[in-house]
Structure formats: structure tokens, C-alpha cells
Design a protein around this ligand. Structure first.
Ligand SMILES: Cc1cc2nc3c(=O)[nH]c(=O)nc-3n(C[C@H](O)[C@H](O)[C@H](O)COP(=O)(O)O)c2cc1C
Length: 337
């Protein structure tokens, strides 16, 4: 790992570390993978404005979300393929998050039960849920996650179905069947899910509830009216609706409509500290990374996960210095060219 200096370096090394089928599963997106590509391109196309002669000798990247103080605004997004990538992948990710002091959003499609992962780690953990057709089971699952220490609940709302995942489909024959121990059965997406189910979840959740997968301004507005604590601007890493816009393109409109009422977390294509700075400038309170930490997992388990996070953290700090921003609060749209 001493020769890996960036996420692109980790990406190249990861491809060589796992079997082809597992690689296609993490790397692939929906259909022609245009949204996957646009997620990257949209961050890259934004120009930054260097500023000079600002004392940036003391940087402060601390961020507070729902009363939880984080040393830097990077979370590990929920991903469900970890057991395929590394022995005990879910526990390695959780250990890597703890070593890096990052908050981990545990996926409900993890290869282990949420309580096993949550209890195994010192990292702050949140829980992502796909609401099950069986609402009683769903309620139990939420309570299991809360009881095991998950501090927030992210309800993924962009998946009445998975997208057209051609690449993953082609690779599937070479992979073991995925275990989904958090769910009652294999058919775990519910296309009947609607706003009334969010009201229902909010009626008993004991932790802040966020909706994950918001791209539309009216949906953002309705989320807040429903009473959620935060929203996650996400196109599921380009894995659901191909030709949906890049999250960097959706974020400014949504931030304008949300107007600071709740924090926004964004994910999709974040691969550089400069991407994180741009996301914060466009109105996000924090970002999530998905594939980048999976690359770290493929290469070196927990150590790889931790190194990926610390590389991005370092890059964010450098980007802040070079744009004259010593604190997160001082990052605004004037950072952009
Ligand atoms: C292999 C893989 C599995 C994922 N599994 C889930 C999941 O179980 N639940 C969910 O809400 N999002 C899931 N996602 C989406 C991520 O949470 C996140 O939105 C996305 O990966 C961010 O984009 P990035 O990979 O470009 O950073 C998954 C993504 C990947 C790559």
C-alpha cells in the first residue's frame, strides 16, 4: 500500500485484488453507466478559486450532525457487497471506519446482521434500511438497529426496484449467492413504498431519520414537510436510473430549496478532497463515499479502508488551505470559480 497515494491508485489496485465477478459488482452501474460517468465528470468540471494570504495554519474540519460531532465531514455510505470482497468484509469495514474515526452507515443488505457489525466496532454507526413488505418485520429491524447503537436511520427511497444492471448480471454466474441475513426473504425491495410509510417510520423511530436517494427539489421539500431530520442527495452511485443527473448537478438546486432547514449529505463520484470541498461549497453538510472505501477493503481489509478515508481527509485539508478556508463554516459558493 505504500505506493498508493490516491483513490484512483486504490481503484487500480483493487481491480487486481478481487475476482472479476466481485469487481463488476462493485464497479458496475445501471445500463450504459452514463450516470456513473457523469457523477465523476460533474465534480471534475467545477473550477475552484484559489485565495491567498489567509492564515490557514490551523485547520478545523469538525462537523456536527444531529448532535454528533465528527472530526471531518466524510461518512462511509451503506454498501451491501462487502462479504464478497474480503473475508469478514463487513467487520473489516467497521474496523477501518473506527481506525479512521469515520461514521459508518451499515447497509441493511450487509452480509452480517446489523447488531453483529454494530457491536463489533467503536466507530459511530448509522443504519440504512430498505423498508420490507412486512411492516412488522421492518419495525423490528429498525428497533434492533437502534438497540444495537445505530445513531441515525437512513431510509433508501430511490429503489422501488434495482436498475438495469447489465454488467452485474453478466458477472453474476461467477459469484456465490448473496446472503441477506437482515431480511426475512430475498425479495427485499417494496415498490408500494410511499410518503405515508415515511410518516409511519417517523412515528416510532427514536433516532434522526434521513431519506437517501433524493434528486428532485419537490421531493426534498416534501421530505422536510414530512419531518425528516436530513436528506441524502444520491443517485445510488449511478446504479439505479441511468441518465439521472450527476449528484453535483442536482445538489445546488436542492440546497437552494432546502435553504438550511435540514442538513444535506451528498454521495456519488466523490474521489478527491477537492470534490468534498465543492460539495460543501454547493450546500452539503457532509459527503459519503461508497466505492472508494470498497477499493480499500479489496486491497487490504480494514487497513485499506482506513487509509482511503485518511487520504481523502488529507486532500480535503489541502484543498481548504489552497482556497483560504480554515474552517468548514467558511466554505461557501465563493470557493467556486
Ligand atoms: C457495491 C455497492 C453496494 C451498494 N449497496 C447499497 C445498499 O445496500 N443500500 C443503499 O442505500 N445504497 C447502496 N449503494 C449505494 C451507496 O450507498 C452510495 O449511494 C454510492 O455508492 C455512492 O457513490 P460512489 O460509489 O460513487 O461513492 C451501494 C453501492 C455500491 C457500489
Amino acid at each position: 500500500m505504500s505506493q498508493l497515494f490516491s483513490i484512483p491508485d486504490f481503484e487500480a489496485a483493487a481491480e487486481k485484488s478481487v475476482v472479476q465477478g466481485a469487481w463488476e459488482r462493485i464497479q458496475g452501474g445501471a445500463a450504459d453507466e452514463l450516470t456513473v460517468r457523469w457523477n465523476r465528470e460533474a465534480w471534475q468540471q467545477i473550477r475552484l478559486r484559489p485565495r491567498v494570504l489567509v492564515d490557514v495554519s490551523k485547520l478545523d474540519t469538525r462537523t456536527n450532525l444531529f448532535g454528533q460531532e465528527m472530526p471531518f465531514p466524510i461518512l462511509l455510505a451503506p454498501t451491501g457487497a462487502q462479504g464478497l470482497l474480503y473475508p469478514n468484509g463487513d467487520l473489516e469495514v467497521a474496523a477501518g471506519a473506527a481506525a479512521a474515526q469515520a461514521t459508518l452507515v451499515i447497509s441493511s443488505s450487509a452480509s452480517l446482521r446489523v447488531e453483529v457489525i454494530a457491536r463489533h466496532t467503536n466507530a459511530p454507526v448509522w443504519f440504512q434500511i430498505y423498508v420490507q413488505r412486512d411492516r412488522g418485520f421492518t419495525k423490528d429491524l429498525v428497533q434492533r438497529a437502534e438497540d444495537s447503537g445505530c445513531r441515525a436511520l437512513c431510509v433508501t427511497v430511490d429503489s422501488p426496484s434495482h436498475g438495469t444492471r447489465d454488467r452485474e448480471q453478466r458477472a453474476r454466474s461467477g459469484l456465490p449467492v448473496r446472503e441477506l441475513p437482515n431480511f426475512a426473504g430475498q425479495d427485499y425491495l417494496d415498490p408500494t413504498l410511499s410518503w405515508k410509510d415515511i410518516d409511519w417510520l417517523l412515528s416510532f423511530a427514536r433516532t434522526p431519520v434521513l431519506l437517501k436517494g433524493i434528486l428532485d427539489v419537490d421531493d426534498a421539500d416534501q421530505s422536510i414537510k414530512a419531518g425528516v431530520a436530513g436528506i441524502m442527495v444520491s443517485n445510488h452511485g449511478g446504479r439505479n436510473l441511468d441518465t439521472a443527473p450527476a449528484t453535483a448537478d442536482a445538489l445546488p438546486q436542492i440546497a437552494d430549496r432546502v435553504a438550511g432547514r435540514v442538513p444535506i449529505i451528498v454521495d456519488g463520484g466523490i474521489r478527491r478532497g477537492t470534490d468534498i470541498l465543492k460539495a460543501l461549497a454547493l450546500g452539503a453538510a457532509a459527503v459519503q463515499i461508497g466505492r472508494p472505501y470498497l477499493y480499500g477493503l479489496c486491497v487490504a481489509g480494514a487497513e485499506g479502508v482506513a487509509l482511503v478515508v485518511s487520504l481523502l481527509r488529507k486532500e480535503l485539508e489541502l484543498a481548504m488551505m489552497l482556497t483560504g478556508r480554515a474552517t468548514i463554516a467558511s466554505i461557501n459558493r465563493a470557493v467556486l470559480w
